[in-house]
Design a protein around this ligand. Sequence first.
Ligand code: E4P
Length: 226
Amino acid sequence: MKFFLDTADLDEIKEAASWGALAGVTTNPTLYSRIGGKLDDFHNHIARICEIVDGPVSAESVAMTRDEIIRDGRELAKIAPNVVVKIPTMVEGLAACRALSDEGIRVNMTLCFTVPQAILAARAGARYISPFVGRFDDISEDGLSQLGDVVTAIGNYDYTENTVGGEQVEIIAASIRSANHVTQSALMGADIATVPFGVLKKMVQHPLTDRGLESFLKDWEKVANA
Ligand code: E4P
């Protein structure tokens, strides 16, 4: 499994990149607004993220018609070669995904919740599909089992004839709220988990690691003082 960071915060991205396990970044309008992002600085900000991360960096279009999304997508793709255009799973989004993929621009279909949505996205040429886990849990439904269904359904077929460069479509477990979401996503075979920085930090931690470290340090002090 690969890890993307779900943030627009440059400090978080730099810190996570220094840990050596960061494969990409996903942003969205909410995450950009959370860091106080300005409209006219959006493209520059995506460029700054692309300078830190070599892997795919998803930048979302907020347009609502296919023509506007396609226009947006072309502009976003010019920022850097690793920009992936993030498009909501809706009719206009599917049409734009098809057009952009045909032009060789990689697309991440976001706000995906169901198997039929994911299959349509894969058929429309999506390079990445992002089923949201946590938002299902927020409405008391089982986000992980929905994710598992998407992973199985997409894995049952070959979509490479639809994608840019014949690359394999990858499932990004999104809307991740806990380390357990990551564990279960990996067991289900999701290709990628995009995680907030807080979850990434929790993924490293375990009380037994802390306790073990404490006793090793104490015993090493005995060695040093012997
Ligand atoms: C995915 O790419 C989205 O940015 C993200 O995972 C949304 O998660 P949320 O439900 O925590 O907002």
